[in-house]
Design a protein around this ligand. Sequence first.
Ligand SMILES: *Cc1c(COP(=O)(O)O)cnc(C)c1O
Length: 423
Amino acid sequence: MTVAPHFQFQDGVLHAEDVALEQLAQEHGTPLYVYSRQALRDAWEAYRIASEGRDVLICYGMKANSNLAVLDEFRKLGSGFDIVSGGELARVLAIGGDPSRIVFSGVGKQVWEMQAALNAGVKCFNVESEAELLRLAEVADQCGKVAPVSLRVNPDVDAHTHPYISTGLKENKFGIAIENALTVYQRAMSFPSLRVVGVDCHIGSQITEVSPYLDALDKLIALIKQLAAHGIQLKHMDLGGGIGIRYTDETPLTPKQLLDEVFLALQAHELTHLQIVLEPGRSLVGNAGVLLTRVEYLKHTEARNFAIVDAAMNDLIRPTLYDAWHSVEPVTPRSGGQPAPSYDIVGPICESGDWLAKDRQLDLQHGDLLAIMSAGAYAFTMSSQYNSRPRAAEVMVDGAKATVVRPREALDSLFDTESVLTD
Ligand SMILES: *Cc1c(COP(=O)(O)O)cnc(C)c1O
């Protein structure tokens, strides 16, 4: 068994659903991102079941994986979208997504992005500072629109996750300190070009326990009551994304665990009129993808053994950025007798930080194909062309069928919009 249910061994060869990964690598080359459509559907199903009979809107946190094929799958399943840029808005509109199911997050919204979102008619702006609120009021006024507003508050709770993906602590740049929220809400109420509709928080990512959410929920409920006492009625409460996935042996909380607790609290506080919004990213796509890479060279030094592969930090930056752990599976493991040596899996990029995994017991030869597991989230979307490496192709598998949903970038696309000076 691997960590990802739709990537399993059949007759000793790792498959994506019913397609052998070796075959995909031969047809499309490596490095290659491979996604499972059924894994997307199953991840969605967990949220659908948890939402049944409840007023819940799931807005896929699309920065995790914004390929149009992934977005379109979630659109068809009924998802809304959590966007953080004008570029993401353009992607949702390109697949015919419903703007009234879009929430717009992010600390640095520019004027053109606000205009585009107002013209599209998004469900709400998750406003992260007083300065942003003032700008939004002005932009909406100039567009002759009324902007729906939810304040992203910073509840100052510890999500017990990596510091780089923890967002709900006082020292983080995100949101409005919860103790200042009432003042900012009152300010928002004073603008005719703004309509206050909700409250929002997003406390971090790869969260595995329910307790940080409950800490945030308590604080949000207290705020909602305080606002009501001042005549400010909200329509929805957005608890953000953040539910973790299994990279190795984690057993993260489930959407149902979270929503059961949330709705118990809403009943206890007579707040059942509130719509609940969630913005899951990683938990919808993380285990729906792998990154295939081939071993180019084995290098044995005095200090370590290196497997130099054709994928690199430009394809998957999480290990070096967050010290993240991804499982590495040989696609066709050999049943060797002697104990396998320990390898660092590294890329060809000229940086010591260019590593994908460290200290893995693997029986390797050059030419072997490896699957870096759980690469459906924050892999392609964080990729770059560093070292002038064209971005890898993305393939979506559905049963026994595989479709290229983004081709490998051509070499000349690396520079075909650049120019040299003429004098
Ligand atoms: C990144 C992000 C999400 C998605 O987070 P996951 O941990 O991938 O679920 C949701 N909301 C906001 C505001 C984000 O920045």
